[in-house]
Every structure is written in structure tokens, then in C-alpha cells.
Write a protein that binds this ligand. Structure first.
Ligand SMILES: C[S@@+](CC[C@H](N)C(=O)[O-])C[C@H]1O[C@@H](n2cnc3c(N)ncnc32)[C@H](O)[C@@H]1O
Length: 364
């Protein structure tokens, strides 16, 4: 049983349901899942990322690597420092609570730290935490040189939901009762679905929004790299015959479940990331794939053990939480294997520090 939300939260969720229903009705009693996910997460004032709930950390719904402590950021800083040329900037997408930005600015003494955050509520929190140490931008700069970072942002982008059945491919969507309803897939979505080899019956997701995002970044990145850190797989594993019910996952008060219609606006809805599709979009946009590895391999290559060794092991009160953090970041049972790092860029020499050993770009 999932915990019941408080009355005010329930009222906000009901208002969002009405907002969604009105749109479903106006659209002929159906909207695609991608639009539903967009409204559930980002509808102004009511969507999960637009509303006032805690979201990240212990009082919220999920914990990300930068929320565990500063070990992740201090290790990532080594890769970022190696990529940056004098005068270049860092641009972080979806900075959450601002934890990664705070630690990176401190570690790198970086003066040119930009944040692009789509959630006004999280942006206000970031501004309160970081003050003048970062600069917020409303949209992607027309031209950018430096390092772009997206930690657990790609999984929060709306995805289309598909069903492959005997002789037909359907787009899964939502009707007025807020239940699943299917329509024949068409256009770009159908073409993308046809390119995948899956057994039938099969259900999964396709991230057209993520691909478009990557293409836009590719067009704006003059020199430098983008690091996408998230949970997901290369295409062959993503659309594996055994993953026949897809990757949609909801997070509510640190519990994960699959009911995407549970109190819309009060829970996070995510999909795993198809890293092959992102890499392909980057290539089509003229970028090079610079590396792909699981998070454990990437952090070890970047020297997480040396960063940890800087802590005084004799000071157990300080060392024990850092060691526990390392364990969480690196263990294959936690974030070490499921989380991946994809680096793409332009005008950057390979190999990158984080992919010096165990680069799996060839699996994309
Ligand atoms: C799961 S949170 C991760 C927050 C933070 N990066 C972390 O690791 O703790 C997802 C973040 O991405 C933001 N976001 C979603 N889509 C975005 C987009 N297209 N551009 C920028 N930020 C986005 C959300 O508002 C939120 O801050």
C-alpha cells in the first residue's frame, strides 16, 4: 500500500485530473501517453515538477547521486575540468535541488555556471541555495562552448508508449476515465516503432522528445561535450524480449511502482533511457560519441578512490558516510550498473578520462 497524500495535495491532484480530462475531451476522448506524462509532470502550477512537493531527498520521493553527498560531484569534477578550455562555461540541465551545481562550483572555482531549469519551483530553490554562484537561462544559448551536464534529466522527459500486437502497432494513450486506451500509431512514431525488432505482444516506450532535445543541443554546441547520466540501456537491452512491459516507473515517497495514474501531479513518472537512440540523434546532429560506460566504471576511471582517500579514514564519523556513498554509487546492485554515462561532443580529443577503460560505445 502506498501512503495516502494529505488533503491539500489531493485537491491539487484533483485539479490536475480535471485539467487533463478537459484536454482529453477536447481532443476526441484520447491523448497520447507522451502528452499525459507532460501534463502530469509539467502542467503549470499543477504538474509534479511545477508543484510544491519536496520531490528530492529524504522528505521527497527519490534520491539522486548528487543528493547522497559530494563524492559524485567531486569525482565528476575531474572529467569536467579535463574537458573545459579557458573561458568556457558549464551548463547544467534540470539542476534539482542545486546540490550538484553547488559542489561543482566549489570544486572547480567555476565562475561561468549556467542552469537551464524547466521547473519554476525548483529554479526558486536553486536560486535560494546558489545565489550569485550560478546564472539561470530560459532557453538554450544560440551557441555554446564548454560542458553540458544532464543528471537524471533524460528519464524525466515525456515518452511515447507503444504496443506491438499481431500485425499492428498501436500508440498507447489515455481516455477520459484516465485509463489506458490505444489508437493506431502513425507518422514518425510508427516509423521509429517499425525499426525496432521486438517479439509480439510487446509494450515499451520511445523517447522522441529526448531525441529532439539531443538534436537541438547538437546544433548549439560549437565545441565541447555533453554528459548524459541516467538509468537505461543500449537499444538491444532496452527492447529485450524479456522487458515486454516496458520501463515506465513511478516514484512516490521512496517507493517505486508502475501505476502511472496514481494521484497525477503527486508522483514522479519516468522511463529508462534508450542510450542508442540518444547517441544516434547526436551523430545525426554532427556530434561524435565520445564514450559510454556504466556509472561505476566511469567514476572509477575518474578516480573516485583517490577522491575518497582524501578523506581521513581515522575520522570514522566523517569517513563512514563517504564510504557508504561510494558503495551506493558503485555497487552493481545499486547505481553502479543500471546508471550509465554517455558523452557526446564536438572538437574533443578521445579518450576521455572517464572512459579510459571499459568504454562500451560499440554496444550503442
Ligand atoms: C529527476 S530530477 C533530477 C534533478 C538533478 N539533476 C539531480 O540529479 O538531483 C529532473 C530534473 O530535470 C528537470 N527537467 C526536466 N526536463 C527538462 C528539460 N527539458 N530541460 C531542463 N530541465 C528539465 C526537472 O525540472 C528536474 O529538475
Amino acid at each position: 500500500m502506498l501512503p495516502e497524500p494529505e488533503a491539500a495535495a489531493l485537491a491539487a491532484s484533483r485539479a490536475l485530473i480535471e485539467r487533463i480530462r478537459a484536454e482529453v475531451k477536447a481532443n476526441g476522448d484520447w491523448i497520447g501517453f507522451s502528452r499525459y506524462m507532460e501534463l502530469a509532470l509539467y502542467a503549470p502550477g499543477l504538474g509534479y515538477y511545477a508543484g510544491g512537493s519536496a520531490k528530492l531527498g529524504a522528505p521527497g520521493d527519490f534520491a539522486t547521486a548528487p543528493e547522497l553527498g559530494t563524492l559524485f560531484a567531486r569525482t565528476l569534477a575531474r572529467q569536467v575540468a579535463a574537458l573545459l578550455q579557458p573561458g568556457e562555461a558549464i551548463l547544467e540541465f534540470g539542476a534539482g535541488s542545486g546540490a550538484l551545481a553547488e559542489a561543482l562550483v566549489g570544486e572547480l572555482s567555476q565562475e561561468n555556471y549556467l542552469i537551464l531549469e524547466t521547473s519554476p519551483e525548483l529554479r526558486a530553490r536553486q536560486e535560494a541555495r546558489l545565489g550569485g554562484r550560478a546564472r539561470w537561462v530560459e532557453q538554450l544559448p544560440a551557441r555554446f562552448r564548454g560542458v553540458m551536464l544532464a543528471n537524471e534529466v533524460a528519464d524525466a522527459m515525456p515518452v511515447h508508449a507503444l504496443a506491438w500486437r499481431e500485425n499492428r502497432i498501436l500508440e498507447r494513450g489515455v481516455d477520459e476515465t484516465l485509463s489506458w486506451a490505444e489508437r493506431p500509431a502513425s507518422g514518425e512514431l510508427l516509423a521509429a516503432a517499425r525499426r525496432l525488432e521486438v517479439p509480439v505482444p510487446y509494450e515499451s516506450e520511445i523517447g522522441l522528445v529526448g531525441r529532439a532535445w539531443m538534436k537541438l543541443l547538437a546544433a548549439r554546441l560549437e565545441r565541447g561535450a555533453l554528459l548524459v547520466i541516467d538509468y537505461g540501456f543500449p537499444q538491444r537491452e532496452y527492447y529485450h524480449p524479456q522487458r515486454a512491459t516496458g520501463t515506465l516507473m513511478c516514484h512516490y515517497r521512496h517507493r517505486s511502482h508502475g501505476d502511472v495514474f496514481f494521484h497525477p501531479g503527486l508522483q514522479d513518472i519516468t522511463a529508462h533511457v534508450d542510450f542508442s537512440a540518444l547517441a544516434q540523434a547526436a551523430r545525426e546532429g554532427g556530434l561524435d560519441v565520445l564514450g559510454f560506460a556504466n556509472q561505476a566504471q566511469f567514476l572509477v576511471n575518474c578516480g573516485i578512490t583517490e577522491v575518497l582517500e582524501r578523506e581521513d579514514a581515522a575520522d570514522a564519523a566523517r569517513y563512514a558516510p563517504r564510504a557508504a556513498e561510494a558503495q551506493k554509487l558503485l555497487s552493481p546492485a545499486e547505481m553502479g550498473e543500471l546508471f550509465k554515462v554517455l558523452a557526446v561532443g564536438r572538437g574533443v580529443q578521445r579518450p576521455l578520462l572517464g572512459f579510459a577503460s571499459g568504454d562500451r560505445s560499440h554496444t550503442l
